[in-house]
Each structure stands twice: as C-alpha cells, then as structure tokens.
Design a protein. Sequence first.
Lengths: 276, 311
Amino acid sequence: METTLSKRAGWTGAIVLLVVFALVPVVWIISLSLKDPTTIGDGSFLPTKFTWDNYSSIFSQSIFTDALRNSIGIALISTVIAVFIACFAAYAIARLNFPGKNVVLIASLGIAMFPPISLVGPLYNLWRNIGLYDTWPGLIIPYMTFALPLSIFILSAFFREIPWELEQAAQVDGATPLQAFVKVIAPLAAPGIFTTAILVFLFCWNDFVFASTLTSTNAAQTVPAALAAFPGASQFTQPIGTIAAAAVVVTIPVVIIVLLFQRRIVSGLTAGAVKG
Amino acid sequence: MTAITHPAQKVVSGQSRKPRLTDRARAERRLGWMLVAPAVIVMIAVTVYPIINAFILSLQRADLRFPQANTFIGLDNYGSVLGSSLFWQDVYHTLIITVISVAFELVFGMLIALAMHRVIFARGAVRAIALIPYGIVTVVAAYSWRYALELDSGWIPKLLGLHTDPLATSTGSYIGVIVAEIWKTTPFMALLLLGGLALVPDELHEAAKVDGASTWQRFWKITIPLMKPAILVALLFRTLDAFRIYDTVVIFNNGAHNTETLSVLTSNQLLSRLNLGLGSTVAVLLFVMVGIIAFMFIKVFGANAAPGGGD
C-alpha cells in the first residue's frame, strides 16, 4: 500500500516537473514581450515594469504585419493543396489494389527523410531564373511537397479504419452513389482529413529553412524568417522586446490549435507512426 | 517531419484476384494509378529534379560571383570538401548535437510517456500542456532559450550568478542549442512512445507480477521488448531530424563558437558565399549521410522494423 502511494506521488511529481519545464520558456517569452525597455536587461523572470509598447510597435511595422499575412496565406494554401492531393493518393492506397503501391509509400518515406537544405541551392537558382524567388508560390511548392508524405501516411491510416461497407449498404437502401458518399462516407472521413490538415498547417507555419532562403522581402517573407531579420533600434542592439512580442503573436494561434485539438493531434501522430 | 513508418506492410483491401485480371481489377489498377499520380508527380518534380541538379552543380566550378568561370571540374569539389577540416569539424558538431539531444529525448520521452500512461487526473490538460512545445515554432523556441541564457537579458545567468555570457563560449552554446532542441522535440518523442506503450497488454504485467517480477524487471523484460518497434520509429525520425538541425543553430549564433552544423554550412556556402558548386557538394554529401543513417537503422533493427499492431 505504502509503495503504491509513494509511487503515485513520484509520478505526480514527474508530471508537475514536466508541466513546469514545458511552460517556462513560454512564460519567459511572454514576460520579455511585456517588459519595459528600461528593464529588458534586468534578468528578472517576470516583468517588473509592464508595457504594451512592443505589441503596438510590431503591428505598426510592415515587416511584421506583411509577414503575418504571408505566413497565414502561404500555410493555408499549402495545407489545402497538400491535403487535397493526398486524399486521392491515400484513398487509392487504403482501398485499391494496384502494383506500385509500395513504391509510392517508400518514395514518400524517402522524401519525409530528405534534408530540405539540400534542395535550397537548386531551388534558389531555379526560382531566380523562372521568377518564383521571393513569391508565395516559391514557398507553397516546397511546403506542399514536404507535407505530402506526412499527409499520405496519416490519411491512409485513417481511411483504413473507415467501414466502407456502409457505402454499399446505403446504396442498397436506395441512396444514390453521391448521396451515399456525401451522407455516409464524407462525415466518417472528415475527422481524419481535419487532423491531417492541422498537422500540415503546423508544419508549414514552423518552417524556417525555405522561408529564410527563398525569400528576401515583405512580399513573401513569413514570420519565422522576419523574426530573424527584425531591425534593431541601432545596428548594435538586438530588438529583444519586439522579437519577443512578435514571437508571442505567432505562438498564440498554435497554442489555441493545440489546446482545442490535442486529442486529434495525438491520434494523427500516432496513427501515422504506429499503425503505419 | 512527423510520424511515418515502415511502408512495407501489406494492405488488405477488397478481394485480391491473383490468377487473371478481370476487367474490374484492371479498372481498379488504372484508378489507383490515376489517384496517386498527382502526389507522385509533385514529389518527384520538387525533390528528384533539384537533387539531380545539385549533383550536377557539385561537379562544376559554379560561383555566382564569377559566372564566367563556370566549368565542369569532375570530382574536384568533393576533393576540396572532404579534404577540408572545416567540413569534418561540422560533421563532428552535427554528431555531438544529434547524439546528445536524441539520447536525452529518448530518456525524457520514455519517462513522460510512462507518466502520461499512468496519470489518472487531468489527463487532457497534462497532454495539452506537454504538446505545447511541439506546436511552438522552432525559431520562437530558440529565441526564448537564447534570451533566457544571454547575459544581457537572461534569467538563467542571473539565477546562477554568472558574470560572463554563457553563449560566448562553445560549451554554453552547445548546451543552449541542445536544451532548446530537447525542449521542442521531446513531446513528439513521448507521443510516439505513448502510442507504443498503449500496445503493451496489461495482462502480461499482471502475470509477471504474480510470478514475482519487480517493476524494473517488468520494464526491461516486457515493456521495452514489446515497444521496440515504436522506439525504433521514434529514434529514426528524431535522429534524422536532429541531423538536419538548422533553425535553432542559426538563431543562437549562426554557427559561431564551433556550433556550425552541416545544414548551416550548406546554407552559408550557398547563400552567403554564393558558391553553388561547393554548397551543392555539401548538400549532396548531407543527403548521402542521411540516407546512410536511415539505411543503418533499418539494417540494424531490420527484423523488428515492422511497426506494432501488425495486422
């Protein structure tokens, strides 16, 4: 009895530690963003003198507002295209018999392992020649490519779980094929597609390799790249407060997504990995 | 990147007719190819063409500053890269970061998975909080840790009473980069391991308990062997991911204080020094090394590589 009690206390302690470790950097960056410039270097974990100035400052700078627009637009478009294309492939992999299916899966696996930086040189060169350098499509194309393997694996794992017999059953009951699909199959497939879209969106939102190398101006720079390029008050000072504020702003949507959809994210990640 | 596994698993679908192709089977084939075609074409066009292009560039003297001097020079670039101590130092830096961070992630990830598996209270809340680092942009995580460690701004030097900047030293920079990596990616590791843990049947533990096995013995003799596929997948993905590390190092100091990794070297050659030939050579070598790591993993653990729940 005693041992189970102390064991439980041990696990509870571990959980508390985990929660603290997970949250400290988040609280710290929020704290930095709220510190008054005179106290930014005081090293205190929580701000001693509050200000909202960093936030009003970033929203008045086009380097940030444009980057935010680019990040949202590019990530959304890449997600929609990648998930759309992947749905067809995943359906075929989960439902149909055709030679070359394993080749598709192995090729996707290979691309998932590909070092993105190896593509930067050729793409940089090619994009500059065909006018895609520093444009939205210039980032959307690599993003959707690297999102495809992820989407195909997760979606095909989800699609395999769908009881497809229901489609025929509905047709036997008098539904047209379209009705059977829209009323029976689509609602069953939607959660998996939505989960995949969340994971792909987070992947695009996070990218820095392509964003920092294939863009150069406000036209297509996303927030992670803009953060690294933020101008300081002078050449020698780091704009710590403004970087922190911008970092908090890009983090907010992610935290909301994670909190709302944590169950889906977990099921998506484990579906892709464990069920394969 | 995220969770993908051994693809060679047979997919049971529909009725398989081996001997002769009926019209229906032929139509199914055609439909299958048509449906996967867009994805396959995009993936090949955007990765295979550039890597071939990178390989061709790596055989040339291609420097954007001196475009007239472009010429085919065979394997000379490989000679210069493999013969330079800078390259090997960067291989070493990359390996240090990869091995240390993945080792810690495995241990912490396993502890977190076990804790999350047992914890009865506030399961959803704990899981959500543990997931936050996974969602946070790597660049943001790197800035947070960098400003926490920097003497000018950080709470860590103040807490420890340091008077010199930890990030001005090589050791300090490594610790910073590795801690930021561990913080950001342990949740991913933990989730993959948690998925594997869920596949270990409770009855086995009960039976072993009856036979007098200690918690420790049960962990090593039951949990670990049954989780081996999940551990392999988690290790493979994190190792490859860590080996490509770029964002965190660039944000910390862009490779100063001997923390330059292979990805950072590639981008510096390509974009700062505009040397496409040498940069592409490093890119191709990085690509080959990632392939070798993946191959070794599959060879070493090969027999058990099929993911759990093999139905």
